[in-house]
Design a protein around this ligand. Structure first.
Ligand code: SDX
Length: 447
């Protein structure tokens, strides 16, 4: 219930609880600041602070929160995380149940539309996505312009932004729910095609076109690895990717989702907004960490080198990539499921020797006070890369494999933003700490 909007019965216990009293010692004035009460936390409306002034021309108070460590940018009903309990739910459904019982397109519908689909809805959604997997032939020439060894994520970001040029006249009409839904279908459908073609370009292999007789993830596997007509996508690897996709779909207001919302708030089209979100995801502190975990494990090279590496981390010479999280202060529930999935994949691909280093690294870190005291646990990126490498992906593809499913989350958050009457173009404030006014100094008199 929002004290700000709803009539709060003055004088009742509820009313007193829905306010905080603030006294400004500079003036001796007190203010009753109404609370906005969410299901998991309460907030103050930052604009209420503007009334707290020392004089008539005072701007009033603002909140100072670099990196938004304690700032709610939106209300949302999409993904719920309890970082202390290690809980992650999509529209109320526990991630563990969805990973075990659902599939990626069903979860995509859930995240995008808010409810599990009926049989007919899922069939229609699957048909719509299946019939939008092709990309314009110009995309081939666009991809061929990249160096043979171009990083796959750099290619993906550029190519998704370029999709805007194919659909701009339609996609810029972001006010139309029908138009938005059409672009959402296109992006969900085309991301695997673009990703597979970036992989094939990287490997110097001819592009494999979508085979619309195959289900979503199997189609992706086919476009990635098909060589010759007798290729059959492995059902185990396709299911493992499906589970990994489900685990990566959304994660509330993380860095890349916030980027999607900020860019989307200017009413930019969904293609360039998504490219911006992908760029944020690419950072090594965010979705680029899965690639960095593999590079770290390769650098460690052997279990006997782990103690030396841990000492380097303690000396702040290196980060333990794949560990730590802004929200999770316990084991990331996704990491648990990924770790379990790894063993199923290794049945098909053979055991990845880097797993032994990862397991020993985790064992040591979870006993060492440096990590325990900072509540650093494995996050979603710690084990995913080991699976991807065992499947045969080069490390440059790892952030791409994160971006494909997260496209659904970014688009659902974008849709929620555009439907939220409280949202406007994002434009934070600052605290000015610079020079007062001063006159221009001619070059000849400068020191
Ligand atoms: C994702 O937000 C999301 O939901 C993201 C994500 C999603 O699904 O969208 O979950 C995906 O991005 C997962 C995170 C992947 N990144 C990494 O694995 C990179 C390594 N992790 C760190 O860079 C770090 O843990 C972050 C960026 C993930 C979180 O950083 P915070 O919340 O800003 O925490 P912090 O940097 O303030 O760290 C607190 C302390 C510091 O030590 P002190 O200065 O207090 O002594 O812990 C230390 C940090 O130095 N620390 C680490 C560490 N992470 C934090 N020290 C060594 N190795 C690490 N990995």
């Amino acid at each position: 219930m929002e004290a700000k909007e709803a009539k709060v019965e003055v004088g009742t216990a509820v009313a007193e609880k829905n306010f905080i009293d603030v006294t400004d010692r500079r003036t001796g004035k007190s203010y009753a600041i109404p609370l906005i009460v969410g299901k998991d936390k309460a907030a103050i409306d930052a604009m209420e602070l503007r009334q707290i002034k020392v004089s008539g021309d005072d701007f009033g108070l603002v909140l100072y929160d670099p990196a938004f460590k304690n700032t709610a940018s939106t209300k949302s009903t999409i993904t719920y995380i309890d970082g202390d309990q290690g809980i992650l739910r999509y529209r109320g459904y526990p991630i563990e149940e969805l990973a075990e019982k659902s599939n990626f397109l069903e979860v995509a519908w859930l995240i995008l539309r808010g409810e599990l689909p009926t049989k007919e809805q899922l069939q229609q959604f699957t048909d719509d996505v299946t019939h939008h997997t092709f990309v314009h032939e110009n995309v081939r020439t666009f991809l061929d312009g990249f160096r043979y060894d171009a990083h796959a994520m750099g290619m993906m970001i550029s190519t998704v932004a370029a999709l805007s040029t194919f659909y701009y006249e339609e996609a810029k009409n972001i006010e139309s729910p029908e138009t938005r839904w059409h672009q959402i279908i296109r992006l969900v459908a085309k991301m695997p095609t673009l990703a597979a073609w970036c992989y094939r370009h990287h490997r110097g292999l001819p592009y494999v076109y979508p085979d619309n007789s195959l289900p979503y993830t199997k189609n992706f596997v086919n476009m990635l690895w098909k060589i010759g007509e007798d290729y059959k996508p492995s059902p185990v690897l396709a299911r493992a990717l499906d589970i990994l996709f489900i685990l990566h779909v959304d994660h509330e207001q993380n860095c890349s989702t916030s980027t999607m919302r900020v860019v989307g708030s200017s009413h930019a089209d969904p293609y360039v907004s998504l490219a911006a979100a992908m760029a944020a995801l690419f950072g090594p502190l965010h979705g680029g960490a899965n690639e960095m975990v593999l590079r770290m494990l390769r650098e460690i090279g052997d279990v006997k080198n782990i103690p030396g590496f841990i000492e380097r981390v303690k000396r702040r010479e290196a980060l333990l990539m794949g560990f730590g999280h802004r929200v999770y202060k316990s084991y990331d529930p996704r990491a648990k499921i990924i770790k379990h999935t790894a063993y199923e994949v290794f049945e098909v691909t053979g055991r990845n020797p880097l797993l032994d280093i990862a397991l020993e690294l985790e064992r040591i870190a979870l006993e060492d006070d440096f990590f325990v005291s900072r509540k650093l646990y494995p996050n979603v990126d710690f084990y995913s890369g080991i699976i991807y490498q065992a499947m045969g992906f080069p490390v440059e593809m790892f952030p791409v494999l994160f971006a494909i499913p997260r496209t659904v989350g970014w688009l659902a958050q974008w849709e929620e933003l555009l439907r939220d009457s409280e949202q406007k173009i994002a434009r934070p404030r600052q605290l000015w700490m610079g020079e007062d006014e001063r006159a221009y100094v001619p070059m000849k008199t400068r020191g």
